[in-house]
Design a protein around this ligand. Structure first.
Ligand code: F0G
Length: 367
């Protein structure tokens, strides 16, 4: 069967009709990878699965929502779309707009978006405007401009974005043959994704496609943790630039996801994020960007604090956890190079290479 995008795959749950012209890059249907080594390293009772959203066409989960938002922008006869972004939204908006023939304008915080993301927005032909301010400033500007001009806003406050993104929850339940995991772990920035996943899980339960709901476990970076602190953060700081957000637009619905599911929104330090980022790559062979590792860092923190000790699995004897790895590691090569050991440089000579490998030069064979 040909791979389809998320609108075709889940059309009965999405606001499209037979007449809708679907703008898709065959996003979604991302793999759910069992993480045996990380599970063992975190807790003997945990069975961790990684939903690798970095394998979407533009390298992040944003493509699920963007196929919907751009499809509807075309249907509603917009000529131009606009978003504020820490990078991934702009990359996705630029790509889908190019495909649809729309003008795309992106507002990004100057100097604070990862190289891969910037290169994507540029090569797809978006009008890239850097502002001397942060994501929250950019989003404020985008809201005002799109209210007063005929330009579609494609940030996750656009309800079509949430509709598209909820398909991630459907895929997880479908992969597990009709049940949700015990826990759903993810990073939280502008809080659209936690909102979307919770909506998706609830809709699938109501449709009789899922037997249960997960507890939602969301994590912010400690320097950008407004929901945890209970107030906006004026100058958010973290090396995980994707979630460097001080005043999330979907704050209330993120709290609702946490409270209705009996979950947690917590925070993790940059050090904890960096350690989880390296563990993912070195223990599982899965390269995700730093923000994605915030979820894993949070899972480790909860486990270390004894959170899972009194928890009972819905089935079997393990606590099933799905962690969303929201973006591909190649988005942010600078962070990887900084976090890893430096490569060695030697002469182009066998002895020097063997020496660097820690091997002896072989003695000539004696007859
Ligand atoms: N992980 C990555 C890789 C992201 O790019 C984002 C958000 C998040 C997590 C947080 O998701 O905002 O739905 O809570 N990136 C947005 C952007 C803000 O502009 O690309 P959220």
């Amino acid at each position: 069967m040909l791979i389809q995008g998320v609108i075709e795959r889940y059309r009965e749950y999405l606001p499209v009709t037979e007449k809708t012209r679907i703008i898709s890059l065959n996003e979604g249907s991302t793999p759910l990878i069992p993480a045996y080594n990380l599970s063992a390293a975190i807790h003997p009772r945990i069975e961790l699965w990684l939903k690798y959203e970095g394998l979407n066409p533009t390298g992040s989960f944003k493509d699920r929502g963007m196929t919907m938002a751009i499809t509807k922008a075309v249907e509603e006869e917009y000529q131009a779309v606009m978003c504020a972004s820490t990078g991934n939204t702009s990359a996705s908006a630029a790509a889908f707009s190019a495909r649809a023939g729309l003008t795309c304008v992106v507002l990004i915080p100057e100097g604070k978006i990862a190289l891969g993301k910037l290169s994507q927005a540029m090569i797809h032909g978006a009008k890239v405007i850097q502002i001397r301010g942060n994501f929250d400033d950019a989003l404020r500007l985008v809201r005002t401009i799109t209210e007063n001009h005929r330009v579609a806003l494609v940030n996750s406050i656009n309800p079509y974005r949430i509709e598209g993104q909820k398909t991630g929850a459907f895929e997880i339940v479908d992969d597990f043959d009709g049940h949700a995991p015990d826990f759903h772990v993810l990073p939280v920035g502008n809080a659209g994704n936690i909102t979307a996943y919770w909506k998706g899980y609830k809709e699938y339960l109501a449709a009789g496609k899922s037997r249960n709901l997960p507890r939602m476990l969301g994590f912010q970076a400690a320097g950008a943790a407004p929901i945890v602190l209970g107030h906006p953060v004026e100058k958010p700081k973290t090396f995980a630039t994707a979630i460097r957000i001080g005043n999330p637009a979907s704050w209330k619905t993120a709290e609702a996801a946490r409270d209705e599911s009996g979950g947690v929104i917590g925070m993790v330090t940059d050090h904890q994020i960096r350690e989880a980022y390296k563990m993912l790559a070195s223990l599982e062979g899965v390269f995700a960007e730093p923000a994605s590792a915030a979820g894993i860092a949070g899972l480790i923190k909860l486990s270390d604090n004894g959170y899972f000790e009194d928890m009972e699995p819905v089935r079997g004897d393990k606590l099933q956890v799905v962690a969303i790895l929201t973006g591909h590691g190649l988005k942010d090569p600078d962070s990887a190079i900084k976090a890893a050991a430096e490569p060695m440089t030697v002469e182009a000579d066998e002895g020097a290479v063997l020496d660097a490998m820690g091997l002896e030069v072989a003695e000539p064979a004696t007859v």
